[in-house]
Write a protein that binds this ligand. Structure first.
Ligand code: HSE
Length: 436
């Protein structure tokens, strides 16, 4: 059989990382596929210092790669949407298979892209779009395919996890850690995507689609970042036996499917609570298997290239024996479910509340009265002695853990608490998630 030709569009960190893995492991890759896999064409404006691609053809126009009749599989590794989406649609129109690491493009435009691919009978593979080197797409779409998935929860943004870890372990300031994450190359081009949860929401959208057999619905994902989490919140959570993690959570309930990304208190003894630094981990609970955990590097050239090359091998094997393909969104075309996405006020959660009260008689009584009137059960309460600036302004931090309650009820209680004369600031609310 003739070699399978790869065209790479974008030779940045992931593009060049994938080129190197293909080059270094070509013998094993060819043995796994049953035919030779070669990079035949690269689309990039320039080679960066230190990049050496031998005598592979280079075009400055990435569309030259997707229009090259010799290319069988197009790697879209540019990121962004403006050029990437038309490029992928053009590749599909030309009858080429596509491998991409582009989470925003898949989360926002995946339904359209997969429909186009299905019409042309080509594959669009996207393992590298979620959690870098962790084969989580394959695990859910194939390894857990016998289960009815109940829920999944993951640390799926390395930058955010690095920030929370450094704040907790070294008491470092948020902005300072973010700068380091950018310098280390973990952060997105626009780091608000990391710290405001947009990047995690892209990834959660993809995971939920393949877990529950629903269309990609990024616009319905509740997204809350970590930029408002303070050093105090992290330390109060510690005192209460919890860690704050930025989780993407999707859970099936009788009310629909929850899709939410937010800072979350989780038990300090849980496995996810001990996933630190830039590492990613996803916990998936299926009715037959119970809870399973997938851990690894969520970003970086080589880990992401590992996922890209695994996809290339899958596609290349499919070229050799087309009958073995797996549907792009795990469930067969035409059988996606239109089960509703739960609105946030309808979810049930336990909560951590940090209330900045004024040091006056009766404030705590008013707060607990409001919670009681709303039938919110208090699990733990800490009132701290004011120190430093808090002492000067007579502010007292009150930390309350509640039992599970409807989010709408908690919204009402928080609104009433914030109206009290004795409460000085907006209430900090962090949801608690029990990983069981
Ligand atoms: N900015 C992303 C992260 C890169 O920090 O996880 C990998 O998607």
């Amino acid at each position: 059989m003739k070699p399978i030709n790869i065209g790479i569009c974008g030779l940045g960190t992931v593009g060049y990382g994938s080129f190197l893995v293909l080059k270094n492991n070509w013998q094993e890759i060819s043995r796994r596929v049953g035919t030779e896999v070669v990079v035949s064409h690269i689309g990039t404006r320039r080679l960066r210092p230190g990049q050496d691609v031998g005598n592979v053809k280079i075009s400055s126009d990435v569309f030259a790669v997707v229009n090259d009749p010799a290319v069988d599989i197009v790697l879209e590794l540019m990121g962004g949407i403006d050029v990437a989406k038309p490029l992928v649609l053009q590749a599909i129109a030309n009858g080429k298979h596509v491998v991409t690491a582009n989470k925003s493009m898949i989360a926002v435009h995946g339904n359209e892209i997969f429909a186009a691919a299905s019409a042309k009978n080509v594959m669009v593979a996207y393992e590298a779009s979620v959690a870098g080197g962790i084969p989580i797409i394959k695990a859910i779409r194939e390894g857990l395919a016998g289960n009815s998935i109940q829920w999944l929860a993951g640390i799926i943004n390395g930058t955010g996890n690095f920030i929370l870890t450094e704040m907790r372990e070294k008491s470092r300031a948020f902005a300072d850690v973010l700068k380091e994450a950018q310098a280390l190359g973990y952060a997105e081009a626009d780091p608000t995507f990391d710290v405001e949860g947009i990047d995690a929401a892209h990834k959660l959208t993809i995971l939920a689609a393949i877990a529950f057999g629903i269309p990609l619905q990024f616009e319905k994902t509740y997204t809350e970042g970590i930029s408002h989490i303070t050093q105090e919140d992290i330390h109060y959570a510690d005192e209460l036996g919890y860690r704050i993690k930025h989780l993407g959570i999707s859970r099936k309930t009788s009310n629909g499917i929850e899709l939410r990304v937010h800072p979350t208190l989780i038990d300090e003894n849980s496995l996810l609570a001990n996933v630190n630094g830039v590492m990613n981990a996803v916990m998936v609970n299926g009715d037959a298997v119970g809870s399973t955990l997938y851990y690894g590097a969520g970003a970086g050239a080589a880990p992401t290239a590992s996922a890209v090359v695994a996809d290339i091998i899958d596609v290349a094997r499919m070229i050799s024996s087309p009958q073995s393909s797996v549907p792009a969104l795990a469930f067969q075309d035409g059988s996606l479910s239109d089960i509703r996405i739960t609105e946030m006020p309808e979810i049930k959660s336990a909560y951590y509340l940090r209330i900045t009260a004024l040091d006056k008689v009766g404030v705590l009584a008013h707060i607990t009265q409001i919670l009681g009137d709303c039938a919110i059960n208090i699990e733990a309460i800490i009132q701290k002695e004011p120190r430093g600036a808090d002492a000067a302004s007579q502010r007292v931090p009150v930390i309350i853990l509640t039992r599970e309650i409807l989010e709408a009820t908690m919204n009402t209680a928080i609104a009433q608490i914030e109206k009290l004369d004795g409460v000085a600031e907006k209430v900090m609310r962090i949801r608690i998630f029990k990983l069981e």
